[in-house]
Design a protein around this ligand. Structure first.
Ligand SMILES: C[S@@+](CC[C@H](N)C(=O)[O-])C[C@H]1O[C@@H](n2cnc3c(N)ncnc32)[C@H](O)[C@@H]1O
Length: 193
């Protein structure tokens, strides 16, 4: 199996490639919101191709985001239902079948809870792609911001005024220094204080 075989919403491969080029051996990348592993397995592939020793961690409740967005859709509901209330089994199996059983670690937990497992300034790149409503995006940013190392990146998906206006307003409010990046992504760079 290859990451391209996994269903999902992933459009920031160029951002992953930039990260693998930019950060050195010993770095740590973390993605919040993995669904069935499309973007996470792509990240595993990009890191493997870089030849660098970079730790990759995924965080997901594996219970879906529920109804969200301007279309009021439950995008993950079928996968949750098919797994009897969780798609953790499918996500983990996909990581294994793509060859990342040992190189990608999975934390099945809520984003805010998972953030408390990490020391401040201990992650080089955190990418947010969990629930897309304003309050959750703001809470995710506030939780993960202190975890980013100096010169590290905090970024997220769906920086799109038409499709996900709440993502755009949350990012602009909490992180006015964030900038559009890659394909419909936003990124904030942790400058030394
Ligand atoms: C848009 S999907 C992720 C798509 C994935 N990055 C891909 O490439 O296909 C959002 C994911 O966020 C997860 N999620 C929603 N709220 C969460 C939370 N509070 N903490 C952790 N994960 C959450 C959902 O379970 C869902 O899998």
């Amino acid at each position: 199996m290859n990451w391209t075989d996994i269903p999902g919403w992933f459009q920031w491969r160029s951002a992953q490639e930039e990260a693998a080029l930019r950060f050195p051996d010993g770095s740590r990348f973390l993605e919040v919101g993995n669904f069935l592993g499309r973007s996470l397995c792509s990240l595993g592939d990009v890191v493997q191709r870089s030849g660098k020793r970079i730790t990759v961690i995924g965080v997901d409740t594996c219970r879906g985001s529920g109804v969200e967005g301007v279309r009021g859709k439950d995008y993950h509901g079928t996968a949750v239902e098919e797994g009897g209330g969780t798609f953790a089994g499918t996500l983990h199996r996909n990581l294994i079948e793509c060859g990342y059983a040992d190189s990608i670690s999975l934390i099945v937990a809520d984003s805010l809870t998972a953030s408390t497992f990490f020391a401040d300034r201990s992650i080089d790149w955190v990418h947010l792609d969990a629930r897309h409503d304003r309050d959750h995006v703001k809470a995710d940013i506030i939780a993960w911001l202190p975890k980013i190392r100096v010169d590290g990146w905090l970024s997220g998906d769906d920086y799109d005024e038409i499709k996900w206006p709440e993502v755009v307003s949350a990012v602009n409010e909490v992180l006015p220094d964030a900038r559009p990046w890659s394909t419909s992504q936003w990124r904030w760079v942790a400058r030394p204080v």
